[in-house]
Design a protein around this ligand. Structure first.
Ligand SMILES: CC(C)(COP(=O)(O)OP(=O)(O)OC[C@H]1O[C@@H](n2cnc3c(N)ncnc32)[C@H](O)[C@@H]1OP(=O)(O)O)[C@@H](O)C(=O)NCCC(=O)NCCS
Length: 249
């Protein structure tokens, strides 16, 4: 598994190569994670795309097994991270949102937040950390990757779908005092045991912003299969009546 390499750092008009390495972070380093998250959030034009995790939430989560993979530059500064958690039967599990059979809930991994420092974007660090995390958890016996992505977050949605996660639900999540109705999120899923899909029995193109149409398709058993970034279209496909091939309830 690749854990280090060379990336391109971009500051204003300059661009230069730098070494980087990846490693799981210790709970004692959590303040560095929170600091990077805050910096990235403050620099986001649309704050709705990133739901911030508090220090306390991440601390408690790490105590119960969640992991954070850190990406560091050659000066050992944290430049990106990926946070993953293992919800088990907890009510916050996204497995409930996609009606995953109960027998699978212990094998679910949540891809929580990923952030990349603006100067280090464009190095596919979101994908690289996803692949690192997926390999790690698969060897530990986990099978299902689940995450939420904002329909407004084209960069993230594209990267997540490129890595084989499919849209299984579209709904409002994360209600808070500022946003009592919650925020629109796609819920994406990848069953790592599925090597390839059969030919779909039906397929349909929908505009990324067309939520009603997409919800209708999902209700009728379609899953969001591919994304066409340039024209903001999603390809929804249907694979017969069995949504979770062969998994017993
Ligand atoms: C989503 C995110 C992690 C992707 O970072 P990444 O892995 O570096 O992205 P990629 O390498 O796939 O970038 C591909 C291209 O899109 C550009 N890009 C990526 N994210 C961008 C952003 N937020 N704003 C503008 N351009 C962006 C890159 O510069 C690159 O451009 P290039 O092809 O001209 O080089 C990063 O944008 C980010 O930290 N966003 C804020 C936090 C967030 O939304 N996280 C995901 C939800 S938890």
């Amino acid at each position: 598994m690749m854990t280090n390499g060379i990336l391109n750092r971009r500051t204003n008009d300059l661009s230069y190569p730098e070494n980087f390495y990846m490693k799981p972070m210790h709970i004692k380093e959590l303040n560095r994670v929170v600091e990077l998250q805050k910096y990235v959030y403050n620099n986001l034009p649309d704050k709705n795309v990133l739901f911030m995790d508090s220090y306390e939430e991440m601390f408690d989560d790490m105590k119960s097994g969640a992991k954070i993979i850190g990406v560091f530059n050659e000066a050992n500064n944290l430049i990106a991270y990926r946070y993953i958690s293992f919800p088990g039967l907890d009510s916050k599990s996204l497995a409930y949102d996609i009606d995953l059979p109960k027998s699978q809930m212990a094998k679910v991994v949540h891809l929580e937040t990923t952030v990349v420092h603006p100067e280090y974007r464009g190095n596919a660090l979101q994908s690289i950390t996803l692949q690192y995390a997926a390999e790690e958890v698969e060897t530990l016996g986990y099978r299902h990757l689940l995450c939420t992505v904002s329909p407004q977050n084209m960069f993230s949605l594209y990267n997540i779908m490129k890595n084989g996660l499919k849209i299984k639900a579209l709904k409002r999540k994360y209600s808070s005092s500022e946003n009592p109705d919650g925020l629109w999120r796609f819920i994406l899923h990848k069953d790592m045991a599925i090597e390839s899909y059969n030919k779909p029995i039906s397929s349909y193109m929908s505009g990324l912003e067309n939520f009603d149409e997409q919800k209708g398709l999902i209700d009728r058993g379609y899953i969001g299969f591919n994304i066409f970034r340039e024209n903001r279209l999603l390809n929804y496909a249907k694979f017969g009546d069995v949504s979770y091939q062969g998994i017993p309830a």
